[in-house]
Design a protein around this ligand. Sequence first.
Ligand code: SF4
Ligand code: SF4
Length: 431
Amino acid sequence: MLNRSLFAKKPRFEYETVGSTPAEAESIPMPEKATFFLKKPLDGSAVLSLKVGDRVKTGQKISPFPEGDACIVSSVTGTVSSIAAYTGDYGQTCTAVTVAVEGEDDFDDSFGKAMDEGGVEAVKDYLACIPGAPSLELLSNPDSSIDTLVICGVEKDLLVATNQHVMKTNITYMNAGISALKKITGAHKTVIALPQSLMADAGGLGGASGVELRVIDTVYPAWLPRMIMKDIIGKPVPADKTCEDLGVCFISAEAVAAVGMAVQERKMPVTKHLTLNGKNLEQRMVAARIGTPVSSVFSAFDIPLFDKDRIIVGGPMTGAAIFMEDHPVCPDTDALMIQAGADLPEVSDTPCINCGECVRICPANIAVNMLVRFLEARQYEDAAEMYDLYSCVECGLCSYVCVSKIPIFQYIRLGKYELDRIRKEEEAADV
Ligand code: SF4
Ligand code: SF4
């Protein structure tokens, strides 16, 4: 929702908040195929431990790599139909495993057995694959010094209500998830960040020891992790640090509820909730198996896709366009939206006119007009050292207000990605 004040020039956005009776999640039918991404690239010469034609069960942990160091959990029962390299944003490569789905679920019982034998500690690698995609680093790194867990009952972008929906409908599982995560991480403090509208529902969560409920303002971008660190946790994150460096780990409400469900039911949750925004911004809460092609989500609701339409994973400010209708719903897909070709926001190669709109709106007080010059020239080191590239909280407001229609936010993301890649390559070369 956009409010333009008569007295202030800055646009003001309000996050979506769910009402007292949230829309029921609409489950879409089982897809004909499901695809799962592993972050590890496919090495053409490697002998794989998973083959085309192998049968997999629902909830089964699988990995094509013999070392077993990268795994996925199948959300369906069926036969592996392809194992292929996949190239994503910025040319990053990963491995895509596709399963041709059988009609009925045949549930794998390894998760329950592992829980019975070794408790929650024994199933950490499963839990990294659940809906909400909790940080693998958080769950499996014995050296991390996470002291505080921040559970987000809020969203990263506008027009999204997924985590609020889960909080409103899964309080019992969330309680179980909080207990399990405390055990896994050793965190002493748990903060639940939520809008005022969820306080009544979340009352039952505040009772557990060390759990604190904190209401956050609904003005964008107050729900972004770095903003929460500054405004709610009281630990502003320096440009060269992460939230984890300061002992704080963010996890979505959906991930917490899924951990709780897994632990209580002794079965892997395989359904992802997501907010679907159609072309006229008509909104639905959808429940789909992880791995479902996004085209199946749209066709379940008779949303037609035309040539120039743009599919966006995420919300309108920070979402990323995808170019394959077969792209799957992933454990971290909180929202999908379609922009009709005729409504696509304009992007141009008009130079910056130094109007200062981006500087005035930036919540991180960055000289965005200068930063963008260095990013356009691919001078990423200078962008970071002289113009605070890493202080950016990635809200996208600068792109929204830019009168020259410069895709500033996309330049920022590319700049961070490239600089991280270059620095890693330099570190590797030094070893
Ligand atoms: S995306 Fe733009 S407006 Fe937002 S913090 Fe980064 S530079 Fe500032
Ligand atoms: S809003 Fe766009 S045109 Fe104006 S100063 Fe920023 S980058 Fe330049």
